[in-house]
Design a protein around this ligand. Sequence first.
Ligand code: SAM
Length: 228
Amino acid sequence: MLMQKENTPQMFDAIAQTYDKLNHRLSLNLDKVWRRKFVKFVSDRNYDVVLDVASGTGDLLLELQKLKSQKYIALDPSKNMLEIAKAKVPTAEILISKAEKINLQDDSVQLITVAFGVRNFASVDEAFKEFYRISQKNACLAIMEFALPKNFLCRFGFKLYLNLIIPFYGKIISKNKQAYKYLSKSIVDFANNVDLTNKLEQAGFSDIKVKNLLCGAVKIYKAKKIIF
Ligand SMILES: C[S@@+](CC[C@H](N)C(=O)[O-])C[C@H]1O[C@@H](n2cnc3c(N)ncnc32)[C@H](O)[C@@H]1O
């Protein structure tokens, strides 16, 4: 039986120890390049308070240190993933929580980031509502997520990779085939069913910019909370 979204925190708890190793191997270290590009994409201004949602083992949180912000908060429902993040960035505040209900005050954050996390949310709408509530005026929300390339050949190659290579290596390294089957399925389901630009607009965000990486297999969205 395949994993339900509500159970993903337990799944990430189970694979936390091998998560980084597998991430780097499966992406041939491209994930490091994507995180660097992501941070560059949002580095056109300064932010006092940065919230990294679905922070996991903190690789993006680490890269975000380049922004030299005053305060960093790492949010994730998986305690085991966050323990690894805390070891990488000991100064970060830790919030064990889901994105759909965040224990932070209204208008308190200037940058919210999510890398490869939104497709795990049980409700993207609820999470985006929360992001809007806690964002200050002119705050930035930046999201990186897998997508399906438009080009037929790239799309075919990416689907082969998702359906064969990820579950195979996932089983060998993490000993958890179910988790890596879920990973592939969640990418395809999400890409086929969720229009992130539309959801961002519905939540009130505007000035949305999208950057494609790897033929569109990875997309970065940047949006603002603009109050007229
Ligand atoms: C694929 S990992 C991404 C981790 C990290 N951002 C990265 O780039 O490597 C997805 C993370 O989403 C977290 N997650 C699952 N459901 C969530 C939810 N409802 N709200 C916030 N995070 C969630 C998981 O615990 C996991 O750490």
